[in-house]
Design a protein around this ligand. Structure first.
Ligand SMILES: Cc1cc2nc3c(=O)[nH]c(=O)nc-3n(C[C@H](O)[C@H](O)[C@H](O)COP(=O)(O)O)c2cc1C
Length: 306
């Protein structure tokens, strides 16, 4: 069974990747995810300056997944450069994740963080709960998406992934704008919302920031539809992300057009071994279907419509 896949010039031994923000804070955590089957890892998003993020409580689980308002807590680019060293010695590619308040800040991030260590970069335009960034700053519109993508493209030759929001109306158009700006792949996508969960005795929201992004199983059907729409709009590869808990979910995302999947919240439910587990489950489904390669299922649903 051939489970290898490709995103732009990145070759992956299997289609599972670690999503940004879950574990990828240290070099050691990337190694840990790879030792447990992640073919590639995205680091926790880094901003130009250090950010403390939102106060605790900033995360809570519910029946459908998780609500988080971490708010991009990170040490800033200078400290991050000290942590993320010798990355090429790890068993798989490491993808930088960058955020910024505007095109200039994104460009400065690309210039400072990327040279040397990383195999690709994911620029994030889609966080739903951090003032000044992502959807709260209107970065998910097609024109701003194209502008920021162009600004980062001008600063790096690394494969460039643009991470979009499931909240974007007409996500296919946003993906097209990223492609026009020079993106090599679309990551679809970030958490959705923001949403709220209350303590019904006090009547107060549980998160200190009151609201947060929804991840996990509740997000998956929406993301599957987003990927279906994006596949029809662009010719660059798509990385599915949002509610992939098991191999069935990964196969579903690949059938509507994803070439690989990122996994985040599922680590909470299934442990770090989730990457190996999902890969094995994908293999079982392919065998059941009579496929010999992962490539047989990428975009399969669209082929049925031809
Ligand atoms: C606790 C937490 C922190 C996150 N931090 C980031 C982040 O720093 N940058 C980013 O692009 N996405 C971040 N995300 C979003 C995930 O990368 C992913 O897009 C989302 O959780 C959907 O995937 P999942 O359902 O597999 O978790 C975070 C998600 C969670 C739950």
């Amino acid at each position: 069974m051939n489970l290898a896949t490709k995103i732009s010039s990145l070759s992956l031994s299997n289609p599972t990747m670690l999503a940004s923000g879950i574990l990828g804070v240290t070099r050691g955590s990337l190694k840990y995810a790879m030792e447990n089957g992640a073919a590639a890892c995205v680091i926790k998003s880094i901003s130009l300056e250090e950010r403390t993020g939102h106060h605790a409580p900033n995360m809570i689980t519910f029946e459908g997944g998780m609500l988080n308002a971490v708010g991009y807590s990170n040490p800033g680019v200078k400290e991050a450069k000290k942590e993320f060293i010798n990355l090429k010695e790890l068993p798989g590619p490491v993808i930088a994740s960058i955020v910024g308040k505007d095109a200039e800040e994104f460009a400065a991030m690309a210039e400072e963080l990327l040279p040397g260590e990383f195999s690709a970069v994911e620029m994030v335009l889609s966080c739903p709960h951090t003032p000044g960034y992502g959807t709260m700053a209107g970065q998910s519109s097609p024109d701003i998406t194209e502008k920021i993508t162009q600004a980062v493209r001008a600063k790096t030759d690394l494969p460039l992934f643009v991470k979009l929001s499931p909240d974007s109306p007409g996500i296919g158009q946003v993906a097209k704008a990223a492609e026009a700006g020079g993106a090599d792949a679309i990551t679809a996508g970030n958490t959705m919302g923001p949403g709220m969960i209350l303590d019904v005795i006090t009547g107060q929201p549980i998160l200190d920031f009151k609201m947060g992004g929804v991840s996990g199983a509740a997000l998956r059907p929406i993301m599957v539809r987003c990927i279906y729409d994006i596949y029809k709009s662009v010719s660059i590869p798509i990385i599915g992300c949002g509610g992939v808990i098991n191999g069935r979910d990964a196969v579903e995302m690949m059938m509507v057009g994803a070439s690989a999947v990122q996994v985040g919240t599922a680590i909470h439910y299934r442990g770090i071994e989730v990457f190996n587990k999902i890969t094995k489950e994908i293999e079982d489904i392919l065998e059941q279907r009579g496929d010999s390669s992962i490539k047989d299922i990428i975009g399969f649903t669209h082929k049925l419509e031809e």
